[in-house]
Structure formats: structure tokens, C-alpha cells
Design a binder for this molecule. Sequence first.
Ligand code: COA
Length: 176
Amino acid sequence: MTADDVLIRQVEREDLNECFLIEAACYTTDGATREKIGKRIDVFPEGFLVAELNGRVAGFINGGSTCKEDITDEAFKDMVGHDSSGANIVIFSLAIHPDFQKKGISVPLLKKYIELSKDLKKSKILLICKDDLIKYYGRFGFSYMAESNSEHGGFKWHEMGLLLNEDAGILSSAPC
Ligand SMILES: CC(C)(COP(=O)(O)OP(=O)(O)OC[C@H]1O[C@@H](n2cnc3c(N)ncnc32)[C@H](O)[C@@H]1OP(=O)(O)O)[C@@H](O)C(=O)NCCC(=O)NCCS
């Protein structure tokens, strides 16, 4: 398998089951429920990409759009407060099925997500991650912002952000 074999495309409702199984395999009990993932597909399919390999969903990335900078709001992951005209995209999940990890699949997936966020005229992409992925996101241009207030799953989280255009200003906690 090479990265060329991977098709990155917008999610379809039929992908729900495979996406949920991947979420559960990657995040176990901390992951989003099937209902939550279904809502993300229904409300903001433009912000939800899957990586397909030989007809199978190997991974996905999803998020919501908001004008706010508080990315620890758990209700937002349920699309409460999602505003398709908001300046920010917040990544909720990036997950590659364990069978397909370490094969380079996340790279075209995340790169395409950055491109689509630019196409949607967003100013920045925000996310929280654990310690071990700070460098990983840094390789895609994300900057470290701050330690997050999130206590999701009882872990320590870090906020990272990527400015998408020069007019977006600086990465700060000021409202957009
Ligand atoms: C993190 C994750 C998305 C990476 O996906 P992947 O397809 O396995 O990663 P890739 O094969 O595309 O790796 C790209 C690069 O990132 C590095 N990398 C991959 N996973 C990493 C990790 N957990 N920590 C640090 N670096 C990592 C790889 O070594 C590779 O570097 P290289 O090009 O120098 O070899 C995947 O492991 C996953 O789904 N994990 C569980 C869910 C998760 O933690 N998601 C992120 C939430 S913030």
C-alpha cells in the first residue's frame, strides 16, 4: 500500500458504522458515541473527511465550525453552537484504524483537511492533543498555544492552532 492508494473524500451517511468502529478502536470509552458521529455527519459533512483504502474506511477526521475560541466545550463536540460561518474550525477527532496506522495515511488526510478549511475561508484550525502528538501536529504547521483546561478522559491536553491566512492575526484567546 502507498499513500497513492488512499482516496480522501467527504464523508457519507453510509460511512457512519465504519467511522464509529474506528473511533471506538482508537479512543475506547473516551470516544464519541455513534449518535455524536452521526450528528457531525448530518450537520457539517463539509468538515468531515474519510480516508478510503480498497473500499474500506481506514480513518477519518472531523470537526465543527465556530467563532468562539473555547475549544474545551464538550457540548460543541455534539455540534451544539456549531456555526458554519464561524471563522474557526475545531478538530474533534483524527483517527486511523489500528490496522492501518503507521502507513502514512494520516498525512494526506490532515493535509486535505487543512486545504478544505482554507477553501471554506476559515481563519484558523484549533485542536487539543496529548503530549505525544505536539510534535506530530507541529510538522503540519500547527503552533503550540497553551495547556488546555480540558480534563477529558482524565488526561492532560494541549491547545494547538494553525493560522490559515495572513489576515487571521495571531493565535490568541481573543474572540473572532
Ligand atoms: C495519531 C494518528 C492519527 C497517526 O496516524 P497514522 O496514519 O498512524 O500516522 P502516519 O503513519 O501518517 O504518520 C505520520 C508521521 O507521524 C508520526 N506519528 C504517527 N503516530 C504518532 C504518534 N502517536 N506520536 C508521534 N508521532 C507519530 C509517524 O512516525 C510518521 O512520522 P515519519 O513520517 O517520520 O515516519 C493515529 O495513530 C491514530 O489514529 N491514533 C489514535 C487516535 C489519536 O490519538 N488521534 C489523535 C488525536 S489528537
